[in-house]
Design a protein around this ligand. Sequence first.
Ligand SMILES: CC(C)(COP(=O)(O)OP(=O)(O)OC[C@H]1O[C@@H](n2cnc3c(N)ncnc32)[C@H](O)[C@@H]1OP(=O)(O)O)[C@@H](O)C(=O)NCCC(=O)NCCS
Length: 222
Amino acid sequence: MAESIYIVGMGGHARVVVALARSAGFEPIGFIDMQADLSGAAAPAAQLEISGVRVAGGMSALRNAAGPNIAIAVGDNAARLRIASEIRAEVVGARFPSLIHATAKIERDAKIAEGAQVCIGAIVCAQASIGAFAIINSGAIIDHEDVIEDGAHISPGAKLAGRVRVGRCTHVGIGATVIEKVSIGADSIIGAGAVVLKDVPANTTAVGVPVRHLPRKSADRH
Ligand SMILES: CC(C)(COP(=O)(O)OP(=O)(O)OC[C@H]1O[C@@H](n2cnc3c(N)ncnc32)[C@H](O)[C@@H]1OP(=O)(O)O)[C@@H](O)C(=O)NCCC(=O)NCCS
């Protein structure tokens, strides 16, 4: 029988994760709304149903579960890591299995850390390393010896050549291409369709072919 799993978050990425969890052999048994237990917050959207899954409650629902499996399905990279720490501190026996879609191809000597999500049709090649709570989205290619640090997100169809490093919580946009041995710092954003030929520093937004750096907006989230 499939192991049960709670899904934290109810936005667009949560829909992806419900399907991903099922494909990876888990049965999603409820969404967790992190706001639900806060005083004065609205009651959980009990009527909301996504792909047959309803809201189970807030953090208290996880505290009452025995050693729950949990997937963090929140698109904001830093928030995924923060929520994981909060849950770990409060929920005894919380487990964050990595989720690998049945159609994804992962070389045997690649490493996939806890809570990482490898989505439909993605490819992870030899000796690549995928960090905790990173997302390798649909059809992305992670080539040999790449290092994707914790909380990073490689968007659908992005292609990373060999020995690329992507820093913690960095977002590589949809369809971007990164040539071999390039290093992208933490908390950066690589735009949709970008071509990255040189290292990109931390906290940088880079767009275009080849990339140019944009002035950073204070509200930039990824
Ligand atoms: C990079 C990105 C975050 C920039 O957003 P932003 O800071 O709001 O930037 P703006 O829309 O204000 O654009 C600023 C400039 O960059 C250009 N630009 C923005 N994104 C670009 C891109 N992907 N490629 C080329 N140029 C881009 C704009 O045309 C504009 O140029 P101008 O100043 O010469 O007019 C966004 O455009 C992007 O590409 N996001 C990735 C989306 C994605 O991959 N989603 C997948 C989710 S799974």
